[in-house]
Design a protein around this ligand. Structure first.
Ligand code: FE2
Ligand code: FE2
Length: 432
C-alpha cells in the first residue's frame, strides 16, 4: 500500500497500461501540454484526458500506487453518486433527500419519436452486420480468411449510427432476439463497445479498432463443438479446457486477416481475462490487461447475463448490472463498472418499470443528470389497466407546490412475467 517513507519504485508504462489507483511520477511528454493534471489517477476520465492530450508514455511510482487492493473497486464505486443511489435502492436503505433544483426538461415525446425513427434505421445496419458476421464465422469455420473490408465498412456504419443516436442501437441490442446466440452476442458486444466508446469520447479510429475487435471477439468459437457451446448442464473439466481456448483461436484467426488492426486482436484475446488475474487464457492481470481488453471483458459478461442460455434464463439489463456489482468484485478494472452504469443508466433503455403511482412503463430515454428519473412510455394506468394509447412521462417532473417528484420508479419488472413485449412498445409510435 501507500508509504510515503518508502523508496520510489519507478516504472515506465504506456497510457494503455495506466490504471485507476496509480501514482504518476512523470509524463514522458512536456508537462506544459497538459493544462490540468493530478498525479493520483482516480478515474478513467483522467486517463482518457491524458490520452486526448497525446500522452503515450508515463512513469509511475508503484510505491505510491494503490492498484492491486481488493477493496479498491468498492471504495471507488462508493464515491460515485449514481452508484450510491443504485446500491441504496436495492439494499432497501432510505434515500437521503436530494438537492432540489428545477430540471431542464427536454422534449420527451420528440425524443421518443427520434428513438423510433433511428431504431428503424439502426435495424437495417444491424441486419447487414448480422448477415456479414454469419459469413465471417462460416469462412473462419472452413479455414478461410475473414474479410476485414466488408466487416470494417459495416463497423463504420454502426459508428455513424451510434454517433447519431446511441440509444437506438443500444435499445436494439437489448431487445432484439436472433436465433443464433453467438452472432447476436457478437453484435451486441460491438454495439455496447461503440456506445461505451462514444461515452469516453474515443475518436473514430479508436471506435473502429474497438468495434471490429468486439464484433469478431468470439470468432474462435467456430472451433468449439456445438454440443459443448449449447450444453444445458455443467461442463466437465475437459470441456472447459476446450472452451477456454476460444480467445486464443479468435486471436489466431484475426491475426492473419489483412489490414486487421493489431489492437483489435486485444479485444478478442483478452475478453475473458480478469483484473484480479482469475481469467483465461493467459491469466493476465491489472496493468497487463489493456484498455480494450478490460472493457471487452465487462461488456462480454453484461451481454451474456442479458441473454437466455441453455443453462439459465436471461436477466433484465438492470438485474445484470446488479449481479455484476455484487458477484464480480475485483474482476474488472477499478472504476470501469461505475463508468458503465453512468453510460447506460441505472435503468437502461427498454427496462420495464413499476412506478409508485401504480403505473407501469418502459424506459425510452435516459436522463444523464438524474438517472433515477428517466423518460418512460406508460403502458398501464394506476388502476392496473392497459393503456390503449400509451403516453410518455418524463419522471423528472415535480409537483410545482411541493417540489416532490410526481413519479418514482419502485422496481424493475421482468417483461415475460407481465406479458409485455418491450420491443413492440418501444418500436411503436405513441400519441402526443
Ligand atoms: Fe468469449
Ligand atoms: Fe463473448
Amino acid at each position: 500500500m501507500v508509504g510515503n517513507q518508502r523508496e520510489p519504485e519507478l516504472k515506465k508504462i504506456s497510457i494503455d497500461e495506466l490504471r485507476v489507483g496509480m501514482y504518476i511520477h512523470r509524463l514522458q511528454h512536456s508537462w506544459f501540454n497538459v493544462p490540468f493534471y493530478r498525479r493520483y489517477v482516480s478515474s478513467l476520465r483522467q486517463i482518457e484526458t491524458l490520452r486526448e492530450y497525446g500522452i503515450r508514455d508515463i512513469e509511475v511510482d508503484l510505491s505510491k500506487s494503490e492498484v492491486s487492493e481488493e477493496a479498491a473497486p468498492e471504495e471507488l464505486l462508493a464515491r460515485n453518486e449514481v452508484e450510491k443511489e443504485l446500491f441504496k435502492k436495492y439494499s432497501g436503505l432510505p434515500e437521503s433527500p436530494r438537492e432540489e433544483r428545477p430540471a431542464e426538461l427536454l422534449d420527451p415525446i420528440g425524443e421518443f419519436h427520434r428513438l423510433n425513427r433511428d431504431m428503424r434505421e439502426a435495424r437495417k445496419t444491424v441486419e447487414k452486420v448480422q448477415k456479414n458476421i454469419t459469413l465471417a464465422m462460416r469462412d473462419a469455420g472452413m479455414g478461410r480468411r475473414v474479410s476485414v473490408d466488408v466487416t470494417g465498412d459495416l463497423v463504420e456504419e454502426m459508428i455513424v449510427s451510434v454517433l447519431n443516436n446511441d440509444r437506438a442501437l443500444l435499445a436494439l441490442s437489448l431487445v432484439e432476439n436472433y436465433h443464433n446466440y453467438t452472432y447476436q452476442h457478437s453484435i451486441n458486444v460491438a454495439i455496447l463497445m461503440l456506445t461505451f466508446g462514444k461515452y469516453f469520447n474515443w475518436d473514430r479510429a479508436e471506435l473502429k479498432v474497438a468495434g471490429l475487435g468486439a464484433l469478431l471477439h468470439d470468432v474462435g468459437k467456430v472451433y468449439v463443438p456445438e454440443v459443448i457451446l449449447n450444453k444445458p448442464s455443467s461442463l466437465t473439466e475437459a470441456e472447459f479446457k476446450i472452451i477456454r481456448k476460444h480467445p486464443l483461436w479468435s486471436e489466431e484467426i484475426l491475426r492473419v486477416v489483412p489490414r486487421m488492426p493489431p489492437r483489435s486482436l486485444e479485444v478478442a484475446s483478452q475478453h475473458h481475462e480478469r483484473y484480479n488475474g482469475n481469467g483465461y487464457p493467459r491469466g493476465l492481470h491489472d496493468y497487463r490487461l489493456t484498455k480494450l481488453g478490460s472493457v471487452a471483458g465487462l461488456l462480454d459478461v453484461f451481454d451474456a447475463l442479458c441473454a437466455d442460455r441453455p443453462y439459465r434464463a436471461a436477466k433484465t439489463p438492470n438485474e445484470s448490472l446488479l449481479f455484476i456489482y455484487k458477484e464480480f468484485k475485483g474482476q474488472f478494472t477499478p472504476g470501469l463498472f461505475d463508468q458503465f452504469v453512468k453510460c447506460i443508466g441505472v435503468y437502461p433503455v427498454s427496462s420495464l418499470v413499476e412506478i409508485d403511482t401504480g403505473e407501469m412503463g418502459v424506459v425510452v430515454s435516459l436522463n444523464r443528470e438524474d438517472q433515477l428519473h428517466p423518460s418512460v412510455v406508460l403502458i398501464q394506468n394506476a388502476e392496473g389497466r392497459a393503456l390503449t394509447k400509451p403516453i410518455i412521462a418524463d419522471l423528472r417532473r415535480r409537483d410545482p407546490s411541493t417540489q416532490k417528484y410526481l413519479r418514482n420508479v419502485v422496481k424493475v419488472l421482468r417483461p415475460a412475467e407481465h406479458r409485455v413485449d418491450v420491443r413492440e412498445v418501444i418500436t411503436n409510435g405513441v400519441d402526443e
